[in-house]
Design a protein around this ligand. Structure first.
Ligand SMILES: [Zn+2]
Length: 359
């Protein structure tokens, strides 16, 4: 089996492979049309494949593309799982739902955010009283320049270094990445209202997950940590049953931002938290599987450049195309060894989730 062929170079190719693999596995398909203006005239959709008995009490639920361009990774895993027959490993009392490209605009446009420039994984807050990010205004001038030239990234790196020296690494990390609700043209913006993608998650959760006994969710991400390594980030608060379950299922090979054992900061408005707390009668065990790609300064550089491009640049210019290439490389490594590492860890994780669901 050559796992690399399950991964794709574009959103359109990824969606075609997913639909073909899902149809081949006999899945029931549901399609959600995204109304956003379409980059390159593409029709943007989130596609949902369901397999197994719809009355089965337990469910394995996977998401790709929560962060748009990170979707190459999760899509590759979903396609391999379906196309190579691994979906057959799922026992009769478990149904499976695979959500492809939950943020289709970001996936297609090679951006981490939605058509609203919103970080979907910061969008699940009560927008009438959003969380406060006290230090965002300190990092905004560093990370969101209005001009871009050959020296921008170097200057940014120097300013970040100076900030970290003065305030500490985690102050920077949390101010920059935990989520902010004040600057619609900034990075890691959580939005002012539920996005189309969030509303689609809510509908999928309502339609597919209510009435379950047990639910395992795996949300695929990229961009943090060592290249090819898959960090299982547990979103449940420590000392809760969900946290203890996740640690048991994954044999303690998992991390928590709340315990300082994760590469991720504590975040606000996360999708998995919302799913967990909106299914009070379902025993949910939710993790993000976060894979490394490039060194962090490159990833942050690509993100900040892409944010500049959206509000100040021209996508179709030479610089615009270069930035989009950098975004893709920051979230997807088009190399066979990386894809194999992604798959090996994903397979192990999904198998453990299935054992947990039925144990
Ligand atoms: Zn992500």
């Amino acid at each position: 089996m050559k796992i690399a062929t399950s991964f794709s170079a574009t959103y359109t190719e990824a969606r075609e492979k997913f639909l073909e693999a899902a149809a081949g596995a006999g899945a029931a398909l549901q399609r959600f049309y995204n109304p956003a203006s379409k980059p390159d005239g593409l029709a943007l959709t989130t596609d949902v494949a369901r397999l197994g008995d719809p009355d089965a009490p337990n469910m394995l639920l996977t998401f790709s593309g929560t962060h748009g361009a990170e979707g190459f990774c999760g899509s590759g895993v979903q396609v391999a799982w379906l196309a190579e027959g691994f979906w057959r490993e799922v026992p009769d009392n478990v149904q499976q739902v695979h959500v492809h490209a939950i943020n289709p605009y970001g996936f297609a446009a090679l951006s981490r955010t939605t058509e609203e420039n919103v970080d979907l994984n910061r969008n699940f807050v009560d927008h009438a009283s959003p969380p406060q990010n006290e230090n965002y205004h300190l990092v905004q001038p560093i990370l969101c320049p209005s001009e871009w030239d050959d020296g921008t990234l170097e200057r940014m790196a120097e300013q970040v270094e100076a900030f970290v020296e003065e305030h500490g690494f985690w102050t920077f990390r949390e101010a920059a990445t935990s989520g902010q609700y004040q600057d619609p043209q900034g990075i890691f913006f959580g939005g002012r209202a539920p996005t189309w993608s969030r509303r689609t998650v809510e509908q999928i959760t309502r339609d597919y997950c209510s009435g379950l006994t047990r639910l395992a969710v795996i949300d695929y991400h990229t961009g943090l940590g060592p290249r090819g390594f898959g960090e299982r980030i547990v979103d449940h608060l420590p000392d809760t049953p969900g946290f203890d379950r996740a640690m048991a299922w994954y044999d303690n090979d998992a991390s928590s931002p709340y315990l300082g054992t994760s590469t991720s900061a504590k975040l606000t408005g996360q999708m998995l938290d919302w799913i967990d707390s909106n299914l009070p009668d379902v025993e949910s065990t939710v993790i993000a599987l976060e894979y490394g790609t490039q060194p962090e300064d490159k990833v942050i550089g690509a993100l900040t450049a892409d944010n500049w491009l959206r509000f100040h640049g021209d996508r179709d210019s030479r610089l615009g195309r270069e930035i989009k290439r950098k975004v893709r490389d920051a979230f997807y490594q088009d190399a066979d060894d990386w894809k194999q590492m992604i798959w090996d860890r994903a397979l192990d994780t999904q198998r453990r989730a299935l054992r947990g669901l039925t144990g």
